[in-house]
Design a protein around this ligand. Structure first.
Ligand code: SF4
Length: 341
């Protein structure tokens, strides 16, 4: 029988687990404290040795093992390769900003969405991560770097909306006062445009920032690089986004990787402005680094500025990300790997 993963449990469930093992209530609090510090059962030194052995026999912590660490030579970005149970590997990235530490975590081992610009699409989907495995990535990084993470982006490998229940469980646990207590307002959830997930999330009462990877305002062109567009076209996607904003009052972020000759024309900017007109949102323009052997290139500074000005002239709030860490932030796991290596 599979062992229970303790980081998957909320506090009530952890108390029930301890109860089922015949332990006094205070043990649940002790175990939780250790779990949040990323400690193994063997390191839970205020528990009797016999109890630690019983825990090991019946459960796992859910803290992933650090398989590799890669530090950017350009900025303070650190990429982690984690090994989960069953030998599954996922990536997470730590980024340092003026406001604190932000971690980008993976939600699945592999991805089914098949975005053309993303090498994760070529990696076979292995499995969904559990809520505890999402949480464990943050805890393991905090322990490894001896820091406190203040912001989280679910933008690594995987499509969070394709692993909806586990992601929502994670959101509830990571933000709970007796958990890591990270404000939901400091958490961004990124989707490539899985509309049913957006519509479900709007009713959860979880004030996260929804981030949509857009990259093109035209259905035919977007469909060529993002197969999800053939299932949920842009009219449906933007209608769902408007519903999300109306229900939550939260501003949506549209991520737009600007690629030379592909989506950087005035025609694209005007169509994008038309799509977001009147919506509480902002657009992040991400000048891509050269990827896929030069197939996708960064436009000139003038082209990007012109794109930005066209959007602004139509009243759209726009930012341009220029730093490497931010480029990394905007991409998915395997793309990050290429950029940072
Ligand atoms: S960009 Fe994101 S959603 Fe698309 S294939 Fe890569 S990991 Fe999946």
């Amino acid at each position: 029988m599979d062992k229970i993963r303790l980081l998957d449990l909320d506090s009530t469930e952890l108390k029930s687990f301890c109860d089922s093992m015949g332990l006094p209530k205070y043990r649940a609090g002790q175990i939780k404290d250790w779990l949040l510090k990323g400690r193994s059962f063997g390191e839970m030194t205020n528990l009797p040795a016999e109890l630690r052995d019983r825990l090991s026999a019946n459960a796992v912590t859910g803290i992933p093992a650090v398989a590799d660490v890669l530090r950017s030579s350009v900025d303070e970005t650190v990429k982690f390769l984690f090994e989960l149970e069953g030998g599954v590997l996922v990536e997470s990235v730590l980024m340092k900003y003026a406001y604190g530490y932000s971690v980008c975590i993976s939600s699945q081992a592999g991805c089914k969405m098949g975005c053309r610009f993303c090498a994760s699409a070529g990696v076979a989907f292995s499995r969904d991560l559990t809520g505890g495995e999402l949480l464990g990535q943050i805890i393991a990084i905090e322990r490894h770097e001896n820091i406190k993470v203040s912001h989280v982006v679910i933008m690594g490998i995987g499509e969070p909306m394709d692993n909806y229940d586990n992601v929502v469980r994670f959101l509830k646990n990571v933000s709970s006062a007796d958990g890591l207590n990270i404000s939901l307002r400091k958490i961004s959830l990124s989707t490539c445009g899985v509309v049913p997930g957006i519509l479900r999330l709007k009713d959860e009462g979880l004030p996260v920032t929804l981030s949509v990877s857009l990259h093109n305002p035209f259905d035919d062109e977007r469909g060529e690089i993002m197969p999800v567009n053939k299932i949920h076209g842009l009219d449906e996607l933007f209608a769902a986004c408007r519903e999300y904003v109306n229900a939550t009052g939260r501003r949506i972020t549209f991520e737009y990787a600007v690629i030379e000759g592909q989506n950087d024309s005035k025609r694209h900017a005007l169509k994008l402005a038309e799509r977001v007109r009147g919506m509480l949102c902002h657009v992040n323009l991400i000048p891509v680094n050269k990827i896929d052997g030069g197939k996708y290139r960064r436009p000139s500074r003038e082209t990007i500025e012109s794109f930005q000005k066209t959007l602004e002239s139509k009243g759209v709030a726009v930012t341009v990300r220029r730093e490497l860490g931010r480029d990394i932030n905007a991409a998915c796991g395997q793309l990050r790997k290429r950029v940072i290596s």
